[in-house]
Write a protein that binds this ligand. Structure first.
Ligand SMILES: [Zn+2]
Length: 348
């Protein structure tokens, strides 16, 4: 048999093997067997040196043609098999969308945040703007501009974390009063603001004290604002948080940044004023501090106390939450035990 016939036979055998290859592994084996260095075509080409000078280019050209045909056939078959394999894989991985999914545990707002949101929403609905300040504050805004000069004894009421001699962790949200008074354009109407946020005191943590807690500060400054406006506002807050039959009582108190200053009590929501353990049998519960903004505070922020005046109040959402839910240890709110926190499901 001549080399050309041998090549034709090899080609026909190869083509049959390629057609019969059922998977990628098999087609790969065929490729190595037919076209590899030890394959029959290579050995035919080696035998070409025995041929005459006239025959050699003819057989060489034919050998190249056979190799090209086989290579193309192998590649086509391989592409076919790859596609078939992919189709099979896709069919197998088909999603059953009717299967139930893995349940995802849904989080919720922290109980203190729920109270803050409730109070803030209430004030926003009454046209107050929300002013969130920085927890790191300049001493001058935390104290001086709130009528607490350097050696004022009331500074001792608030043990302070200092960052530098003039920068501190704010001990109250009141610095936002001074900052907003400085910024506000009173020709556009009164300033009505609410400022929720975290504050810090150098306190030893116990059942009723925490070195970090929350405050919500509110202030209204404008023309003709009176103590009656303050009382009415506090009634709205108390009733929206604790129930609409509650009354508010104001008692004289002292804060450096208000004059006069008051403590606000609400009717005990537990006994409705009859007297119980929660209200220590007085029928009243102290919920916040308030007063008419001190003329010095207005003056120091460039507001004329002869022309403008108003009220301010500060309440503690932590204390509100303790009262509302009967929690007797403030530390529970900050230890982040989800078994405790999950009890206050806002949806439930
Ligand atoms: Zn009571």
């Amino acid at each position: 048999m001549g080399l050309k016939d041998k090549l034709t036979q090899l080609r026909d055998e190869g083509m049959a093997e390629i057609r019969n290859s059922k998977d990628l592994q098999k087609i790969n084996e065929v490729r190595v067997k037919m076209l590899g260095k030890k394959g029959p075509i290579t050995s035919v080409l080696r035998g070409m040196k025995e041929l005459s000078a006239e025959e050699r280019p003819v057989v060489g050209k034919f050998a190249n043609k056979v190799r090209d045909e086989l290579t193309t056939a192998i590649e086509d078959r391989r592409a076919e098999l790859e596609q078939a394999e992919l189709d099979a894989q896709l069919a197998e991985e088909k999603l059953d969308v009717t299967l139930p999914g893995t349940p995802v545990a849904q989080g919720q707002s922290h109980v203190i945040q729920q109270i803050i949101d409730q109070v803030v929403d209430l004030f926003v609905s009454m046209g107050y703007e929300v002013a969130v300040g920085d927890e790191v504050e300049q001493e001058v805004y935390n104290f001086e501009k709130l009528n607490l000069p350097k050696d004022h004894p009331a500074r001792d009421m608030q043990d302070t974390f200092y960052v530098t001699p003039t920068v501190l962790m704010r001990t109250q949200t009141s610095p936002m009063q001074a900052r907003m008074l400085e910024k506000h354009d009173f020709s556009q109407g009164p300033l009505k603001m609410i400022s929720p946020g975290k504050v810090y005191r150098r306190d030893t943590d116990d059942a009723t004290h925490s070195h970090q807690f929350n405050q919500i500060e509110g202030m209204v400054v404008g023309k003709h604002i009176t103590m009656a406006d303050l009382k009415g506002t506090l009634e709205v807050v108390a009733q929206s948080l604790f129930g609409d039959k509650l009354q508010v009582r104001l008692r004289p108190s002292y804060f450096p940044f208000t004059e006069p200053s008051v403590e606000a009590d609400i009717t005990c929501f537990n006994c409705m004023g009859k007297g119980c353990a929660i209200c220590k049998h007085t029928g009243w519960i102290e919920v916040l501090g308030a007063g008419m903004v001190h003329p010095n505070v207005l003056k120091m922020s460039g507001v004329d106390p002869e022309e403008y005046g108003g009220f301010a109040f500060g309440l503690g959402p932590d204390r509100f939450a303790m009262l509302k839910y009967g929690v007797d240890d403030i530390r529970n709110f900050y230890q982040n035990d989800v078994r405790f926190l999950n009890q206050f499901d806002e949806k439930g």
